[in-house]
Design a protein around this ligand. Structure first.
Ligand code: VGL
Ligand code: ZN
Length: 199
């Protein structure tokens, strides 16, 4: 069965020194690079927000990063400005091997809605097109790695499993933000959805 490696958001802003740095985010890169040749397809995702994106605390008067807000599509964490289109922070980490990628899919470019998942925006309805890409290539089995385990990985893996893909998350090649127990609840949600968690 054709398989794919999905590499979530290994971008400067999610690595040490970045605007929304994930502890040890860069340490997973050698392992990810080493795996790339082992799959029928390699897909990279790129968080790609316009300036003033609605997920940024700076877009909401009186709000601070990591506050919560109610959006029309549900609760939303407010983040520091990050992965702004065309900035260094939005670039892939320089050590990530991007040459092997068959496709790069961007997400979060709609100003009014965030998109943690590589498959659907945070309304859980608006597709990114990744499902169609995978299906038309006959890919049924996904191995997922990258950043951050408890947000973009969590939503991407759960959506992939719900769509019927066979999904394994390699936790050793992921790192988490882990705010207010978000890592534990993400792990539980992924397992409930039928995602295999491996080290
Ligand atoms: C992410 C928060 C905001 C992620 C992206 O890649 O996990 N988290 N935007
Ligand atoms: Zn983002």
């Amino acid at each position: 069965m054709p398989n794919a490696l999905i590499v979530i958001d290994v971008q400067n802003d999610f690595c040490p020194g970045g605007a929304l740095a994930v502890a040890e985010g860069d340490q997973i890169i050698p392992q990810i690079n080493a795996m790339m040749g082992d799959f029928d397809a390699t897909i990279l995702t790129q968080d790609w927000h316009p300036q003033g994106h609605s997920s940024f605390a700076s877009s909401h008067a009186g709000k601070a990063p990591f506050d919560m807000i109610d959006m029309p599509y549900g609760a939303q964490v407010l983040w520091p400005d990050h992965c702004v289109q065309g900035t260094k922070g939005a670039n892939f980490h320089a050590d990530l091997n991007t040459d092997e990628a068959d496709m790069i899919i961007r997400k979060g470019y709609n100003p009014d809605i965030d998109s943690y998942s590589a498959f659907f925006e945070n309304d859980h309805k608006t597709p990114t097109g990744l499902e169609g890409y995978l299906r038309t290539r006959g890919i049924t089995t996904l191995t997922m790695v990258g950043l951050a385990t408890d947000f973009c990985m969590h939503f991407s893996a759960v959506d992939a499993a719900k769509l019927g893909f066979d999904v394994t998350v390699l936790e050793g090649a992921c790192r988490a933000i882990d705010m207010d127990g978000s890592l534990a609840s993400a792990r539980a949600a992924m397992q409930d959805a039928g995602v295999k968690l491996e080290s």
